[in-house]
Design a protein around this ligand. Sequence first.
Ligand code: NAP
Ligand code: ZN
Ligand code: ZN
Length: 348
Amino acid sequence: MIATKAYAAQDPKSPLGPFSLERRNPGPKDVQIEILYCGVCHSDIHQVRDEWGGSIFPMVPGHEIVGRVTNVGTEVTKFKVGDLAGVGCFVDSCRTCENCKSGIEQYCEEGMVGTYNGRERGTNAPTYGGYSTQIVVDEQYTLRISDKLPLAGVAPLLCAGITTYSPLRHVGVTKGHRVAVLGLGGLGHMAVKFAASFGAEVTMLSSSPSKEADAKKLGAHHFALTSDANTMKKLQNHFDFILNTVSAPHDYSTYLNLLRTNGTMIVVGVPPSPSEVPAFNLIMKRRSIIGSLIGGIKETQEMLDYCAEHNIVSDVEVIPMQQINEAYERMLKADVRYRFVIDLASLK
Ligand code: NAP
Ligand code: ZN
Ligand code: ZN
């Protein structure tokens, strides 16, 4: 077994603190990765605080992992020692259901195995995430990482990146579409970059006036303050797509009204409590709401390669592990610009 330093939450009410765990020795198909950077996703906060129910403690969060391969199993073909590697939101799935076979393992009919707050298939052992110095993962669930991009900015692509890339591709966002991104945090800033890169006319819908200049720098063509009733009125029946990334409870109907005929709201944010969807807001313009969960391994690799080709990374604030609790507090106040990334050198 491989002794590994980490940070964990012991229960939903306590701050995260130092923790030790053991990783399995690499099996024939496993890669062992020394973690260099791990992004901080709002899903980490929801799960640490058990806002979605069913959290497993102690919990070592973290599913935006990049690092260097230090050991490979005898049958590994995709990696060699010294390569960069990434791990996203899941580390296993059934591999045999229709969804797994068609490369959308995130929708595995038996349930994907989360990188943390999950249970390993077979052993039922809890999984521990990237707020740690090492991880061992089957190569089939490990991503290749280009050495062209700054590594700290690549880490958030493994969740914030793929979670926004995948639905924008799925609905076919392209030139001529008006796309709104609701909520400028980790997911939101990646959504702006991708939607602009795909050629759409992008509007940032934000509750934070202080983010206007940044939104434009990220690639948004317009910025609208959601608290400004006049602006919101002007934007009625305006957008083809709204990508909703908001983490806190909010009213869907206000934003549904901003969709034009046949427009679609794509829900990726997961507030702890349900939101009402009034039938009239849908039927009067044949609008729809769809949801989307991260992305499969194949599409995650495609997204990483796209980012390497187009020079796209996340805008990050790098922090030592010891500042994680303050980072959570700032994220809860919508004060993140635009992803915290932990430098795991701080744990060594
Ligand atoms: P984040 O960085 O904390 O950003 C959330 C943003 O929501 C804030 O920056 C803020 O933007 C906006 N917001 C509006 N009202 C808010 C309020 N009352 N309190 C706090 N923020 C408010 O979060 P994230 O990491 O991007 O994650 C966003 C959501 O997506 C979370 O619920 C997360 O669990 C979920 N998620 C889903 C998937 C998936 O597969 N579907 C994957 C990853 C994450 P403004 O200041 O611009 O208003
Ligand atoms: Zn995430
Ligand atoms: Zn499956």
